[in-house]
Ligand binder design. Structure first.
Ligand SMILES: O=C(O)CCC(=O)c1ccccc1C(=O)O
Ligand SMILES: [Mg+2]
Length: 334
């Protein structure tokens, strides 16, 4: 499988972000082609080779065997609102065309007043029929979570759900018992050896599923099934080539009850496919691609990495992670 991929012509990109997100200001990754099309490898810098092997398995699935058959062709998308001021948050939500917004909160220890203003602004932009969810990326303790969620729920005029308020499954379960809004597990699902534990522990009402770090569309479908919870598919800040796999997952899941966090190209100042093919949501939804999107060489020229040291760092990393995958074949989907 690995032998069929043209790693020798792998292309490294660097795309500035419109807003700092998850501490990142420039998104980097590698693109390569296999018999079934192009794929993208873009684990975050702080991930080790073992963790990154699952990211590579997703790319290998995409460019060698492609994706399972979809059961729907159009996916409702949420706009993603980074930790920005209320005016900017209002503008992002209003111009997104999305009926659902996911808002980053708890970005720094004294963020509560800013979080409340951001959530209020987004509700104002979406109107009463919109859905407002927040994501704390696991930073609150139980007491802070319970207090902040009650205030945010009020400011939002009702929250759809709260994504990963605390770090551990036990804390999530405790918070869930004490607050009104639904609780969604994100990092808890990605890091759990047994995703079912989240449901069994009563830790969450919703599972956030990302195929890119989970090792492929088929593997993510099995994890979604094992979690036994309603799902939202969400991005790992891929360019359109990698987002295609996430949309394939959203298209193939037997049930999809929530808008998906796949509108994240708005956070990137460029893409690796042509403008017409770029997976930017229109009227709040995205199509499910039937085959991997092709890298547009003109688009790639405009985002190709210009730093030779970083380019080498990525190609070396790809080499090392390939070796990990070659010795852990159970990570590969056949
Ligand atoms: O879900 C979304 O709306 C966008 C994706 C997103 O938030 C995200 C993207 C990359 C890494 C982590 C996260 C996250 O959900 O915390
Ligand atoms: Mg999250």
């Amino acid at each position: 499988m690995l032998d069929d991929i043209d790693f020798a012509n792998a292309r490294v990109y660097a795309i500035p972000m419109t807003t700092r997100f998850r501490g990142i200001t420039v998104r980097e990754g590698v693109l390569f082609e296999g018999p079934a099309g192009w794929a993208e490898f873009c684990p975050f810098d702080d991930y080790d080779d073992q963790v990154s092997a699952s990211w590579l398995a997703t790319a290998v699935e995409q460019c060698t065997i492609g994706w399972p058959t979809a059961v729907r062709d159009k996916i409702p998308i949420n706009c993603t609102v980074p930790a920005v001021g209320p005016e900017r948050a209002h503008e992002i939500a209003r111009t997104s065309g999305c009926a659902t917004a996911k808002i980053k909160v708890a970005d720094h220890p004294d963020s509560l007043a800013e979080d409340l203003a951001r959530v209020e602004a987004v509700r104002d932009a979406l109107g009463a029929n919109g859905h407002v969810r927040v994501d704390a990326n696991g930073v609150w303790d139980v007491e802070t979570a319970v207090k902040h969620i009650a205030l945010l729920d009020k400011a939002a005029g009702g929250l759809e759900y709260v994504e990963q308020p605390c770090k551990t499954i036990e804390e999530l379960a405790e918070v869930r018992r004490q607050v009104n809004p639904l609780i969604a597990a994100d990092e808890s699902i990605r890091r759990a050896d047994d995703p079912m534990r989240v449901a069994v522990a009563g830790a969450a009402d919703v599972a956030v599923i990302k195929c890119t770090p989970l090792g492929g569309v088929r593997r993510a479908m099995r994890i979604a099934e094992a979690a036994g919870l309603p799902c939202a598919v969400s991005s790992a800040l891929e360019t359109s080539v990698g987002l295609g796999a996430q949309l394939a997952l959203a298209g193939a899941l037997p049930h999809l009850d929530f808008a998906c966090g796949l509108g994240t190209l708005s956070l990137l100042k460029g893409d690796t496919v042509g403008v017409e093919a770029s997976l930017r949501p229109v009227e709040g939804s995205l199509p499910v691609p039937t085959a991997p999107l092709a890298v547009d060489l003109e688009a790639w020229e405009s985002v190709r990495h210009t730093d030779p040291e970083r380019t080498t760092w990525w190609l070396d990393r790809l080499d090392r992670v390939r070796s990990v995958l070659a010795t852990t074949p159970e990570l590969l989907t056949r």
